[in-house]
Design a protein around this ligand. Structure first.
Ligand code: HEM
Length: 315
């Protein structure tokens, strides 16, 4: 918190310590003034959104809020790029989708690094305001769940923790209905002549497993014959990088959480670190990972459909 000067200034917000008065509406950009940095970026609005709950405001709570709000802004940008990539894949604009995923990867690298800013807060300092946060938790990050859903990890059960939040329910409900990036990618491979049938939960388990194996095999062909499908290969690389970086974030987050609170229960009520550990192996695109296991230098001898001497076979 900003140190009190002794004289109470009307422009200092006691809760966040910033030099604004949160109670006044922000209509002071100057209605007729020319465009300026503050006016364009709505900086006066932005810097009054960090409202500390601790009383008096704990010095580190501003950092805690700033880091989380920054995450949410980056999540918004990631969703913007993933939605663009989804559209572009559907429209066969594969290089455009690759570029969108490149941007996602660069943002995700920042997201991993950003966790360490929070580690400059000591565990004891965090405890000084942690109880105020209950029952709120990162578990309830709507945009984090949206990224998971669009990337392929759809879990309808998560809607329960948004049951009193119509805004989140509408967004997550729409995401549950929309195709995932994985589905769009395999539909694209199908249009390129590879046998990559989509999953269909209404089918029996044996057929679903068989379809999964076909998709893995389609990725093996793609990775082996990348000169034949250069754009699709780059897209597969972009998708697995997104997947890998997200898993890296999970791994850094759980370490940071343990360093901060040990094995205490989470503010959201879960088992904390023990719960988070169960999420570490989740994958958006399991077929892309499994295909690596089946890659072989003897691919041509294994009935490769693209080998000049091979008879066409059903992949
Ligand atoms: C002092 C820092 C932090 C601590 C101690 C912490 C702790 C936890 C704990 C214990 C959970 C499990 C759920 C619960 O019961 O609350 C959790 C989940 C989560 N946290 Fe954090 N967290 C911290 C910072 C962050 C930051 C900066 C983000 C960025 C958005 C974040 C995002 C999430 C997300 C998305 C989940 C849900 C993960 C999943 O279900 O897969 N956390 N956190």
């Amino acid at each position: 918190m900003a140190k009190s000067s002794g004289k109470q200034s009307a422009n200092i917000d006691r809760r966040s310590g910033d030099a604004t008065n949160a109670k006044e509406p922000r209509d002071d950009y100057g209605r007729d003034a020319p465009l300026s940095y503050n006016k364009y970026l709505r900086v006066p609005d932005l810097i009054q959104l960090q409202i500390c709950l601790s009383e008096p405001a704990h010095h580190d709570e501003l950092l805690f809020i700033t880091v989380h709000q920054t995450y949410e802004l980056w999540f918004k940008q990631i969703l913007h790029e993933l939605d663009a990539a989804a559209r572009q894949i559907e429209e066969d604009r594969v290089f455009a989708a690759v570029r969108a995923l490149r941007r996602v990867a660069e943002i995700e690298k920042i997201l991993v690094a950003q966790l360490h800013v929070l580690e400059t807060m000591t565990p004891l300092n965090f405890l000084e305001f942690r109880d105020r946060l209950k029952p709120a938790s990162g578990f309830q990050s709507m945009q984090f769940r949206e990224i998971e859903f669009v990337s392929g990890l759809k879990d309808r059960g998560l809607l329960a923790c948004f049951k009193e939040d119509d805004f989140a329910l509408a967004r997550l409900g729409a995401r549950l209905e929309a195709p995932t990036l994985g589905e769009l990618f395999f539909a694209l491979l199908g249009r390129r002549g590879l046998n990559a049938p989509l999953d269909d939960p209404s089918l029996d388990e044996t057929t679903r497993q068989q379809r999964y194996r076909h998709r893995v095999q389609a990725v093996v062909e793609l990775l082996t014959h990348h000169e034949r499908f250069p754009a699709e290969f780059m897209l597969a690389e972009g998708l697995i990088e997104h997947d890998e970086l997200f898993q890296l974030w999970r791994a850094h987050h759980v370490r940071m959480v343990e360093r901060m609170v040990g094995t205490k229960r989470g503010t959201g009520g879960s088992e904390g670190v023990n719960y988070l550990r169960t999420t570490l192996d989740q994958k958006f695109f399991p077929e892309l990972w499994e295909a690596r296991t089946h890659l072989s230098l003897d691919h041509a001898g294994q009935g490769c459909p693209f080998h000049p001497t091979a008879e066409r076979r059903d992949l």
